[in-house]
Design a protein around this ligand. Structure first.
Ligand code: NAP
Ligand code: G4F
Length: 325
């Protein structure tokens, strides 16, 4: 590595955001290290799909294991650390609340500790979330809106968020928190509603599936494209001072309307295929999220580029391609 090459460590590199962020950083000339937990099957399909698997250095490690995080910091000699690793599915957090708290909450503190111990000059990014707003306390949520999490996942992320603020204030670390609203892509996990819908639409169109079963279709989300959102993560670590930023589109759309768009893209009417199944309802719901990204626009110069219509079309087309292959 030359003296001028910057090094980045990404936890959760095998996830949706990890893959897009790795591609962005490789494009900027970074040496990219990815921390990934040991699994019994190959989890690198997203890195493969983006054609970057050979370009990144993989490190075995887990947010539950401090020594592996310290080792990852030593191996990567990271100038920038992006903590994206998480049990990120809200639904599962009611089934595994302690694991979610350990990985998403305490795990962030372990990563902050590893940074503090090995190289406290490294710039740190925490993957915070609009789920922290939960039962919303303002019509449009921004950096000053109080949190009211509605799931074990949201609770764990609030802990990680405040830990990030605390390491900044206690240890003078360059630790920033990106409060990102929902962002999707063809690389989204199939358990999340947008990808579940686009995969079903493609499958129904190709005659492989007859119906789509969903829970609460009246909830609303501020949905953007993951490829746009990883740019905001990088911009945060480039700032002279660390801070917290809301990253969102400023537009909210119901699950119902998202479905309508996806089915219409292949010339179908969603009402002919959608079945409401109580199995997919949550013990406590986040009814609506709508972000105000004014600070990210003003201070980072960040803007989203991908409207929901384009995003949904991109996802349906990718699923059609995969299922036809
Ligand atoms: P994702 O696709 O679910 O990726 C999560 C990543 O974390 C995966 O690589 C996963 O590996 C890894 N991971 C799970 N448990 C781990 C552990 N114990 N130690 C280390 N890594 C672990 O999630 P994403 O959509 O890319 O989101 C990235 C981050 O942003 C997450 O922290 C999420 O909570 C947060 N976030 C996401 C959104 C969104 O809309 N996408 C919005 C706001 C915040 P395996 O696949 O092997 O389990
Ligand atoms: O796609 P979802 O599972 O995403 P959710 O719960 O908003 O969480 C995602 O975004 C957060 C940011 O706000 C991230 F922090 C988090 O990691 C994750 O990426 O559900 C969206 C909405 C919910 O209201 C849910 O109840 O869709 C509703 N929904 C209705 N039927 C469904 C279904 N969700 C899923 N996953 N599956 C359904 O069948």
């Amino acid at each position: 590595m030359s003296n001028t090459t910057r090094s980045a460590l990404i936890t959760g590199i095998t996830g949706q955001d990890g893959a897009y962020l790795a591609r962005l950083l490789l494009g900027k000339g970074y040496e990219v290290y990815g921390l990934a937990p040991r699994r019994s099957t190959d989890t690198s399909w997203r890195l493969r799909e983006l054609g970057i698997l050979d370009g990144v250095h993989m490190i075995d490690g887990d947010l539950a294991d401090l020594s592996s995080l310290i080792r990852a910091m030593e191996t990567s000699r990271a100038d920038e650390v992006y903590n994206l690793g998480a049990q990120s599915f809200v639904g599962t957090s009611w089934q595994q609340p302690l694991l979610t708290a350990d990985v998403d909450g305490t795990g962030a503190i372990r990563m902050l500790e590893a940074v503090r111990i090995v190289n406290r000059e490294a710039h740190y990014y925490q993957a915070s979330t609009s789920e922290m707003f939960g039962l919303i306390q303002a019509d449009r949520q921004d950096e000053n809106t109080p949190f009211y999490p509605r799931s074990p996942y949201g609770v764990a992320k609030v802990m990680a968020h405040w830990a990030t603020v605390n390491y900044r204030e206690s240890h003078g670390m360059h630790a920033s928190s990106g409060i990102l609203f929902n962002h999707e892509s063809p690389l989204r996990g199939i358990e999340f509603v947008t990808r579940k819908v686009t995969h079903a639409v493609a499958s129904i169109k190709l005659g492989k599936q007859k119906e789509l079963r969903l829970g609460n279709i009246d909830s609303k989300r501020d949905w953007g494209f993951a490829g746009d959102y990883v740019e905001a993560m990088w911009l945060m670590t480039q700032q002279p001072s660390p801070d917290d930023y809301v990253v969102a589109t400023g537009i909210t759309v119901s699950v119902r309307d998202m479905c309508k768009l996806a089915f219409a893209h292949v010339g179908l009417n969603y009402e002919d295929y959608l079945v409401i199944d109580p199995k997919f309802m949550r013990p406590a719901e986040v009814d609506v999220l709508l972000g105000n990204p004014a600070k990210a626009k003003a201070k980072l110069g960040w803007t989203p580029h991908t409207p929901i219509e384009e995003l949904v079309a991109m996802m349906v087309d990718a699923d059609l391609r995969r299922l036809s292959a």
